[in-house]
Design a protein around this ligand. Structure first.
Ligand SMILES: Cc1cc2nc3c(=O)[nH]c(=O)nc-3n(C[C@H](O)[C@H](O)[C@H](O)COP(=O)(O)O)c2cc1C
Length: 188
């Protein structure tokens, strides 16, 4: 059993990554393998509406997406994590959502029945919209999305500041525990 946490920040070792690692640690404690995937530095372009994935499970855009799509298909649980950029998920994560969402949706609904959910970090505002934006992706693709003890949001601006948001960390931790619980229930 495996959980993959995809970090949509272009900044390595930032708040989103710290929060995602925290959730993955909670999951790993329950005997599930985990992997963190950083989008920072990768070339992930937006969907160009060519519709090639209507006919086959491939994408003609030659960039870094497909190995990540393969990891997502192999995972039992997927976490999408984003900082808020101008009230929204980052364009990097959005590009991944468009392309992997189209590939999965049009090819035997590849993500159907997986477990997953969002994590969102911001300095001050835009968490709610971004959380909803990510949840839209999970819902249409047929994921089971467990909750936590609060909505999956945390506060922080400069690298590491999220460590000061005790409630945000606890929420991310409990979210990980609920993901692990559900994965273990579904697989046994
Ligand atoms: C281009 C840009 C846009 C941002 N927009 C927002 C915003 O709309 N609301 C907010 O509260 N913080 C905003 N921030 C702050 C980030 O969400 C915050 O610094 C976050 O912790 C970054 O996560 P990271 O360390 O994982 O990159 C923005 C930061 C950048 C660089």
């Amino acid at each position: 059993m495996k959980a993959v946490g995809i970090v949509g920040s272009p900044r390595k070792n930032g708040n989103t990554e710290i929060l995602t690692k925290h959730t993955l640690k909670a999951i790993a404690e329950e005997g599930i393998e985990t992997e963190l995937v950083r989008l920072a530095g990768l070339d992930i372009r937006p969907c160009d509406a060519c519709s090639a994935c209507d006919n086959e499970e491939s994408c003609p855009i030659d960039d870094d997406l497909f190995p990540i799509y393969t990891k997502m298909k192999e995972a039992d649980a997927i976490i999408l994590a984003s900082p808020v950029y101008f009230g929204s998920a980052t364009s990097l994560l959005k590009a991944l959502m468009e392309r992997t969402g189209s590939l999965a949706h049009r090819n035997r609904r590849r993500f159907e029945g997986k477990v997953g959910g969002p994590l969102v970090v911001a300095r001050r505002a835009g968490h709610n919209f971004t959380l909803a934006q990510l949840l839209y992706w999970f819902q249409i693709l047929g994921f089971f999305t467990p909750g936590s003890t609060y909505w999956n949001v945390a506060f922080g601006r400069n690298k590491g500041e999220v460590e000061n948001d005790e409630e945000g960390l606890t929420t991310a931790w409990n979210f990980g525990k609920n993901i692990a619980f559900l994965v273990n229930k579904l697989k046994t």
